[in-house]
Design a protein around this ligand. Structure first.
Ligand code: PLP
Length: 475
């Protein structure tokens, strides 16, 4: 192609592609449409069901252009009105989502400005925000200043980063893998086993440590298992404790486990994905020992009520984290080494990523922690309120939870599991409030996780009324 032809073609392409740079007047109109949509969505949350079992269709991408209002209508019908309404205060199942508005604004600004947050040289400001968020977390969990950490998409990826550091610190590789032992309780989240598999540790020995009546890991059993494994010539290398189990809201005895790990020179990992931020509440004492962990994960998209897509990991041994994640390449030669150490990319498998730090930094700076702590305290009280109401209806409830998750079942005289399953089906068919189920101690139970920042006493009252109505259909 000669230069003249190139210029002609470039002009044609410019005309076609300029649609991607939306003009200001159109931007303003679009923002208004989206703002109205967001306000309507939030305004209707209380009167909308938390669950609708219908499936979604009609979301196929075609070449046909559609207007923004038409697309928002489609989104409302096919996405928002189907499945679990995760932003609702009536979402009391699994681990409820958040959706603090200022965090959404942080996401919007991050996407518009689009800084390259992974590398300090590329955006010293964005990388510093990511690092300041990690520094704040270190203070919350009393981790030392020289610990490292990064933001991830959530608990599962944070666990991968933490376990990779544990693996590299203890040099668990090749023929040593089947001789290394990991200790965890039955209530550990499944992302733990998944992470071990993904990082090549599928063949380590996994010991399930039994639990006491409160679903806490039994440290006497843990010690015995470790001793037995050492006598058998194995290498106990990591203990995974949970600060807030997914099914029962239990905090393992962290301080005792920390001492055992130290005694046997093992890696001590704490999964605080769900429960971690309750350390800022009246439950602080239950977290004693968390500061001794070698690694810790915590999910701001759970206990800080931020929208899905932000987890965090803290690790004390920076070298262990750098071992797998620090890498340089020819195309990065403009970046100096000291700047590299300030770059989130060197502590995580991700290079290019969404600038997540802003969705946490902005709400923390804007609101401060006081309303967050109040909201967490409220969740702790609400779960007690809920349990009391259920007992009044004749339900059996699990042991008093450490945090805001609990479970219950109706003591039908015959076929209790079958009938509680029917009750769960009725609750799902009703959908006013969403609850989920689990199997605990071989029993089918209905779970409640009170963590949505929008959950208030009225929502629990609605849940109780719904459960009572559904129970009448099953009895
Ligand atoms: C205790 C615990 N750990 C880890 C995870 C996994 O986190 P994520 O879903 O953010 O990957 C969860 C999720 O519910 C959890 O409850």
């Amino acid at each position: 192609m000669n230069t003249e032809d190139i210029v002609i073609r470039l002009n044609e392409l410019k005309l076609l592609s300029q649609e991607l740079e939306t003009p200001e007047a159109e931007r303003t109109e679009m923002m208004e449409t989206v703002t109205n949509y967001a306000n309507q969505f939030i305004g209707n949350l209380d009167s909308t069901k938390a669950f609708n079992k219908e499936e979604s269709y009609s979301l196929e991408i075609t070449n046909e252009k559609r207007s923004l209002p038409a697309l928002l209508d489609l989104y409302q019908k096919e996405v928002v009105e189907k499945g679990i309404n995760a932003s609702s205060g009536k979402h009391l199942g699994y681990i409820p989502g958040g959706g603090v508005f200022t965090s959404a604004l942080g996401d919007f600004i991050a996407a518009v400005t689009n800084p390259f947050a992974s590398v300090h040289y590329a955006s010293p400001g964005a990388a510093t925000i990511e690092n300041e968020v990690v520094n704040w977390l270190k203070k919350v969990f009393s981790f030392p200043e020289n610990a490292v950490g990064c933001l991830s998409s959530g608990g599962s990826i944070s666990t991968l980063i933490a376990f990779t550091a544990a693996r590299d610190h203890h040099k668990v590789k090749n023929e040593l893998i089947p001789k290394n032992v990991v200790y965890l309780s039955e209530q550990v989240h499944h992302s733990t086993q998944k992470a071990l598999r993904i990082i090549g540790l599928e063949d380590v020995v996994i010991r399930q440590v039994s639990m006491d009546a409160q679903h806490k890991m039994r440290t006497d059993v843990l010690k015995d298992l470790i001793q037995e494994d050492i006598s058998a010539g194995l290498h106990p290398f990591m203990i995974v404790a949970t600060a807030g189990t997914t099914d029962t809201g239990t905090i393992d005895p962290l301080d005792e486990i920390a001492d055992i790990a130290e005694n046997f020179k093992m890696w001590f990992h704490v999964d605080a994905a769900y429960g971690g931020f309750f350390i800022m509440t009246s439950k602080k004492d239950l977290f004693k020992g968390i500061e001794k962990a070698n690694s810790l994960i915590v999910d701001p998209h759970k206990g800080l009520f931020l929208p899905y897509g932000i987890g965090a990991v803290l690790v004390k041994d920076s070298e262990a984290v750098l071992h797998s994640n620090y890498y340089t390449a020819n195309y990065m030669q403009d970046i100096s080494i000291d700047k590299m150490l300030k770059s989130p990319a060197n502590l995580s498998p991700e290079l290019t990523k969404h600038f997540r730090g802003l969705r946490m930094w902005l709400p923390l700076q804007f609101h401060g922690v006081e309303p967050i702590v109040a909201c967490l305290e409220e969740k702790l009280l609400l779960v007690h309120y809920f349990r009391n109401k259920l007992v009044e209806l004749g339900f059996q409830v699990g042991p008093e939870p450490d945090l805001s998750i609990s479970y219950f079942w109706y003591p039908f005289e015959k076929d209790a599991d079958e009938k509680n399953k029917l009750l769960m089906d009725e609750i799902h068919a009703d959908g006013t409030v969403f609850l989920s189920s689990s199997i605990i101690g071989n029993r089918f139970v209905i779970r409640t996780a009170v963590l949505a920042f929008r959950t208030k006493q009225e929502n629990i009252d609605e849940a109780v009324a719904m459960i009572e109505a559904c129970l009448k259909k099953v009895i």
